[in-house]
Design a protein around this ligand. Structure first.
Ligand SMILES: *Cc1c(COP(=O)(O)O)cnc(C)c1O
Length: 434
């Protein structure tokens, strides 16, 4: 493609003149892999077409929300019908109640929810709720987990165990993160020590139960069990950030996966986003009635939003949740996702490439490593140059995965067995060329 015919490049140049980096969210800029981002013209089912008219099999799906694929007819109809009735009222609607009912129905740990507009807002509000309800300031987060870009959560680990973290972004004053303790994921000894030292001051521990923001790293069962026990023992709240995993890895979300192995297991607060909006700006946080009644207007913890519970977003989310609640939906989705990961694994083996993949429900990840990593430091041992080559090899052939090796992938119900087979055969070709 010459510069005069590459519409993606032309649009990127125009965008860069007006929008920092040419994008409205950094990872879209392809900085980790180089090259020109694809500007999406339209999408349908498992595919999108870029500005040059090239078709891509989409394994990002808006970073998770598009679990039914693009333009699902029943979702589209619900959105169109809702739009006819008005865009936003700043007053309550029946659909908010219906969506809340649909969320609560599938999550036993959630008795009440508050709807917001982004995962960032939901996680930030959940932390405020935990602090308000416990009257404590300190929080634990884990290195490699992402909980949106609220100041207090933009933190990386300090220089040693049980030290408080450093801001990962300019513009975040050290005082704002001085209450955030950053620990290594899946490290039980560090966790124990942190609770021994700070347990009585801890408002909550926030965790991605399956960390999709370091590609795909599961919290081990013993680690998760210890998180639960220590929180309970010290009066801290266990916050599950299921913005990515919620209604994505199972209808009961990641907490149901842990509850299967650890009977009675439940988080205190659940943070949701992505799938529950079906591609519209919608997120939520929820927990027990007693806890949630700390929120304004009932309690002292303030939280609000002009567009919260937006009528079009709730219509989209509700239609999406109703579709994925159909019998057999997740079994079929999980089967397809497994087929993809197994196919990629055997293609890599055929090419003699180190490769380790994992999946749950409609979410997957893989690493160019000989075994699955357990924490951020191990994830970062991946070969970034090789990943960039892999990424562009797939992209050139119409397979769109995340342009960074620390991001998960997503399969939708619109991906056919043929799409999966085509992806695997393209991957086989690309792996061989590596
Ligand atoms: C995407 C994500 C967020 C942030 O959600 P936004 O809607 O992008 O603000 C928070 N936590 C997790 C686990 C996420 O994957």
């Amino acid at each position: 493609m010459t510069p005069s015919t590459d519409r993606n490049q032309q649009l990127f140049d125009r965008a860069k003149a007006l929008i920092p980096g040419g994008v409205n969210s950094p990872v879209r800029a392809f900085r980790a892999v180089g090259g020109t981002p694809r500007f999406v013209q339209r999408a349908q089912g498992a595919y999108f077409w870029d500005a040059n008219g090239q078709r891509h099999i989409d394994y990002i799906g808006s970073w998770g929300p598009m679990i039914l694929g693009h333009g699902h007819p029943r979702v589209l109809e619900a959105v169109q019908r809702a739009a006819q009735d008005g865009f936003s009222f700043g007053a309550p609607t029946e659909r908010e109640v219906e969506l809340a009912e649909e969320i609560v129905r599938h999550l036993p740990s959630v008795e009440m929810v508050r709807l917001v507009s982004s995962g960032t807002e939901a996680a930030m509000s959940a932390i405020r709720l935990a602090r308000g309800a416990t009257n404590r300031s300190r929080i634990i987060k884990f290195e490699g987990c992402y909980h949106g870009h609220a100041d207090a959560l933009l933190v990386k680990a300090g220089s040693g165990l049980a030290t408080f973290g450093h801001p990962t972004s300019a513009g975040v004053p050290p005082e704002v993160v001085q209450h955030t303790l950053v620990l290594e994921y899946n490290n039980v000894a560090q966790l124990e020590e942190a609770f021994t030292r700070h347990g009585k001051d801890l408002a909550c521990l926030i965790i991605e139960p399956i960390a999709g923001n370091m590609n795909f790293v599961r919290a081990s069962l013993p680690f998760m069990q210890r998180c639960r026990e220590l929180c309970t023992q010290h009066g801290a709240l266990l916050v599950f950030d299921e913005v990515m995993t919620g209604f994505r890895v199972a209808l009961g979300s990641a907490q149901s996966v842990y509850a299967r192995a650890l009977p009675g297991f439940a988080p205190d607060i659940t943070v949701l986003g992505k799938v529950i909006g079906g591609g519209m700006p919608l997120a939520a946080f929820g927990g027990s009635r007693a806890l949630m009644e700390n929120l304004a207007p009932l309690g002292p913890v303030y939280q609000a939003g002009t567009l919260s519970g937006n009528p079009i977003a709730t219509a989209c989310g509700l239609a999406t949740l109703q579709e994925i609640a159909r019998p057999g939906f997740f079994e079929a989705l999980a089967q397809k996702t497994r087929m993809l990961v197994e196919g990629l694994t055997s293609a890599a083996a055929g090419a003699g490439l180190p490769f380790a993949g994992d999946c749950e429900g409609g979410m997957f990840g893989f690493f160019l490593l000989s075994r699955l990593p357990q924490n951020y430091a191990a994830v970062m041992k991946s070969d970034t140059a090789k990943f960039a080559k892999l990424f562009h090899g797939l992209l050139d052939r119409g397979v769109y995965i995340a342009p960074a090796l620390y991001e998960a992938g997503f399969v939708s119900s619109a991906h056919s067995d043929e799409d999966i087979a085509e992806t695997i055969s393209i991957a086989r070709e690309v792996f061989r060329a590596l």
